[in-house]
Write a protein that binds this ligand. Structure first.
Ligand code: MLT
Length: 344
């Protein structure tokens, strides 16, 4: 049976059918090329495992903290979080890898002060610490401690200071690369003691600690998350907390200030970033998972045992991390530039 419909209506019906067909074709094409709308992704995020970059060698303080947060956040997000230890150039190689990765929330960067200092250290840095990243939030804050191989010839802090001042050329100082936390702490120590020690760079203080235990290197200034267990089990010895006050995790270790050394106080904070362009709804989900992790009593307890503090929920935000990075770039980056420290 033919139904008599005016021509204009037929054209209107046909053109709207054609438009729908075109839209359906475009959507199919976009889906096949993975170009679905990022916000649509956000509603399903995460759909697959996430990579969290820790750009220093496995086994160091940064790696310990990263694995703790990866474990906590994966439970919240419902997808596995795999830690990638692409190390070298004081975190710059791994950071560049994240900066170049797809901004979809599946590649993150956990890093500390070297995100601020690397710009002053490397003239050809392959990324910009602010322009190429989206801050998700701060995670931890923790002190540093000066440790040595057990046979180092000084029985206490005063003897350590005296020996280092009298024999600088005989003392090797390990660190994780120019601009790393352990390098900054070593620089501050050499500056306040007015000595130049033999610097031995590693891809992280995990491997440095192994050499310290084996007696291949003399001294290391490292974060407590990398050193407290080894001090407590007698594999290395601690001379001083790198600050004004003793550490609850090492109550018998004096603060460097007790040897009359002033102006030496360093604290290391880790923060989580995503590549620039990661969709806002995805970033918000990642910030929420980070906030739940810093508030998790089990996470806080395990960090406290390493002498590290989880930040407050209010600090686990993009704005707080952005402000922290800006401050470190201006202060520590400036300090290194003034000291004429350069990596290349
Ligand atoms: C450093 O800056 O010294 C690094 O955090 C050491 C590390 O995590 O391996």
């Amino acid at each position: 049976m033919k139904i008599n419909v005016p021509l204009a209506n037929q054209i209107k019906t046909y053109s709207s059918w054609l438009c729908k067909a075109k839209m359906a074709f475009m959507t199919l094409m976009a889906l096949s090329m993975g170009l679905t709308h990022p916000v649509a992704n956000a509603q399903d995020f995460p759909q697959k495992p996430i990579t969290m970059m820790m750009p220093y060698a496995a086994g160091g303080p940064g790696d310990t903290i990263t694995r703790l947060f990866a474990g906590a956040m994966q439970k919240i997000l419902g997808q596995q979080i795999l830690v990638d230890n692409t190390a070298g150039a004081s975190g710059a190689i791994g950071s560049a890898k994240v900066a170049r990765s797809k901004p979809d929330g599946y590649t993150l960067l956990m890093i500390h002060v070297s995100h601020a200092t690397n710009m002053a250290m490397y003239k050809n840095l392959a990324y910009h610490p602010v322009d190429d990243f989206e801050p998700i939030g701060s995670a931890t804050s923790g002190p540093m401690v000066i440790v040595a191989r057990n046979e180092f010839p000084a029985k206490d802090l005063n003897e350590f200071v005296a020996y280092v001042k009298a024999n600088p050329s005989k003392v090797s100082l390990a660190h994780a690369g120019v601009g790393s936390a352990s390098h900054l702490c070593g620089l501050m120590m050499m500056s306040v003691l007015n000595v130049q020690l033999n610097e031995i760079p590693y891809k992280g203080t995990g491997p440095a600690l192994t050499d310290l235990m084996g007696g291949q290197v003399d001294v290391l200034c490292d974060q407590t998350s990398g050193t407290v267990p080894s001090v407590k089990n007698g594999k290395i010895k601690a001379y001083a907390a790198a600050g004004k006050a003793r550490l609850p995790s090492l109550p018998d270790t004096p603060a460097i200030a007790e040897a009359g050394v002033q102006g030496f106080d360093i604290n290391i904070s880790f923060g989580l970033y995503a590549p620039k362009g990661t969709p806002k709804p995805v970033l918000e989900q990642l910030t929420l998972a980070l906030q739940k992790s810093v508030a998790d009593p089990e996470v806080r307890k395990r960090l406290e045992a390493m002498g590290v503090a989880a930040v407050s929920v209010e600090q686990a935000t993009p704005a707080a991390l952005r402000a922290h990075l800006k401050n470190e770039m201006e202060t520590l980056g400036g300090l290194l530039a003034k000291a004429g420290v350069k990596a290349n």
